[in-house]
Ligand binder design. Sequence first.
Ligand code: AMP
Length: 212
Amino acid sequence: MGLRIVMLGAPGAGKGTQAIRMAAKMGIPHISTGDIFRKNLREGTDLGKKVQGYLNSGALVPDAVTCEIVADRLQETDCANGYILDGFPRSVPQAEMLTDFLAKRDEKIEVAVNIDVPDTEIVDRLSARRSDPETGAVYNLKFNPPPAEIAEKLIQREDDKPDTVKTRLATYHETTEPIIAYYDEQGALKNIAGDKATPDEIYQRIMDILPN
Ligand code: AMP
């Protein structure tokens, strides 16, 4: 039986990097609401048009829109044996919706992995984050440099620019951070120190605390 996992932590804490690797190892899907929104933006879908303003300003997409997308995704067959949610939930109402949705199916989130990184480090990391527009691969000019041959085609996410980073961090503290306590109360919380270590070391810390 796979696990249902949520990844918690500020933007840039390393949730996506770790979730991709965990999902590959565990053979379960990695579901990133940010990726879903960005794909819809690129493809110019109705959803993309609806969420564009929020993404570009670093604000949260309304809970009703986000929750519907997640509920649809979790009903797909590849989610039957667990999944890793990355970037969702991001507010207490979203977390409650997820709990209710799962409870109806006699399911729950077994583990909430909270990757803890100080704000000063987050700002440094996001300003150096770059991604490959073709493959979606994410690099960091400082901590995880890209191969020289692809360096030129890498782009910076619009919302990783300094002003938007400030908004996203403020939103994180105000709206998202309270869900750490929410999962703690449910007995699902696992805290992981997410700085002063390589991504490999952090991955190892996470694998060590996951139930077998
Ligand atoms: P991310 O890639 O997780 O940093 O998400 C990028 C952007 O997508 C966020 O800044 C929000 O605008 C939007 N977004 C992603 N996940 C959520 C969510 N769970 N609730 C609301 N907005 C979200």
